[in-house]
Design a protein around this ligand. Structure first.
Ligand SMILES: C[S@@+](CC[C@H](N)C(=O)[O-])C[C@H]1O[C@@H](n2cnc3c(N)ncnc32)[C@H](O)[C@@H]1O
Length: 288
């Protein structure tokens, strides 16, 4: 596998995913009881934006300036974006970036760890050995955290149902395989069978509109719990292959959806590449 998330770290897809992940975790924390956070495709945990993402290839421009770079100096942001940025700023300070300098970007494991409560548990799965080793050293001394170097789709079988009976599961594959949506469907089916009340969030790229729609339609073949999807298109330019990204959320926690109208249009405004930028969200299966 050639995929290295470093090339994409902090891009608009990461910002969209991490902002919504934080909202999911915060909504889950409205109940005192502990919760598992399972990250099936965790990456290396932290990214140095100052390094060339592909060793020896300084020619490929980094993606983060069009992502977190667009928010970095932001003021007067909605509280959800404010919290996201505060975590990124603190992460930079803790890692030794100079005052006000954006040098490091936290991956999804760190976003979960930075808002973890003492009663919460974290489980990170990553299949590439070097990425998993980097992740292990990031979290070597972090409490209530396990890192597995293995196929993340197997994580649902290995960890669900969790002892806490509460979990947020992020499924964030690289979409390098031709049938990644098929693998995700199979994983969701198994996850729901083992643990029907879990919160499952799936990140996906919007490349050809039809594929995300076909994926969502295919999920109707099995009994879905309340399910919401949110998408951010950064451009309507037909020349651009990846026009945006989305997050599908099964069993969104109570009041999570209420936050979207104040949040997603602001994100589309900040991250959009042209006037075609837009955010959409819709219930696939509404709450009862
Ligand atoms: C999009 S990146 C993850 C980014 C991370 N979730 C974040 O937001 O910071 C996808 C990761 O999945 C890993 N990966 C690919 N196939 C996998 C599999 N079958 N099981 C677990 N990890 C896998 C890749 O090595 C890569 O690090």
């Amino acid at each position: 596998m050639n995929y290295r998330h470093a090339f994409h770290a902090g891009n608009y897809g990461d910002v969209f995913k991490h902002v919504l992940l934080l909202r999911l975790l915060r909504a889950q924390q409205r109940k005192e009881k502990g919760s598992l956070y399972l990250d099936t495709h965790a990456g290396r945990g932290a990214y140095d934006l100052g390094l060339p993402p592909v060793p020896g290839r300084k020619d490929r421009p980094p993606e983060w300036p069009q992502g977190v770079g667009r928010l970095w100096a932001g003021t007067d942001l909605p509280p959800a974006l404010d919290e996201y940025l505060t975590l990124v700023r603190n992460f930079n300070e803790q890692n030794g970036a100079g005052p006000g300098v954006l040098r490091f970007y936290p991956g999804s494991p760190w976003f979960a760890a930075l808002v973890q409560r003492p009663q919460d548990r974290l489980a990170f799965w990553e299949v590439q050995t070097d990425e998993a080793n980097a992740l292990r050293s990031e979290f070597a001394r972090w409490p209530r955290t396990a890192v597995e170097c293995a196929d993340g789709y197997g994580a649902l079988r290995a960890t669900l149902p969790p002892q806490e009976r509460r979990a947020v599961v992020l499924i964030d594959p690289p979409f390098e395989q031709p049938d990644e949506f098929g693998a995700i469907s199979a994983a969701l089916r198994e996850g729901l069978q083992r643990f029907p009340s879990g919160v499952y969030a799936v990140w996906y790229p919007v490349t050809e509109r039809a594929r995300a729609e076909v994926f969502r339609a295919s999920l109707r073949a099995f009994a879905l719990p309340p399910t919401l999807w949110a998408e951010l298109a950064v451009t309507a330019d037909p020349q651009v292959r990846m026009k945006g990204c989305g997050l599908l959320i099964l069993n969104p926690p109570w009041r999570f959806a209420d936050e979207l109208p104040a949040l997603l249009p602001v994100l589309a405004g900040k991250l959009g590449a042209d006037a075609g930028a837009v955010a959409r969200w819709e219930w696939l299966v509404p709450e009862a």
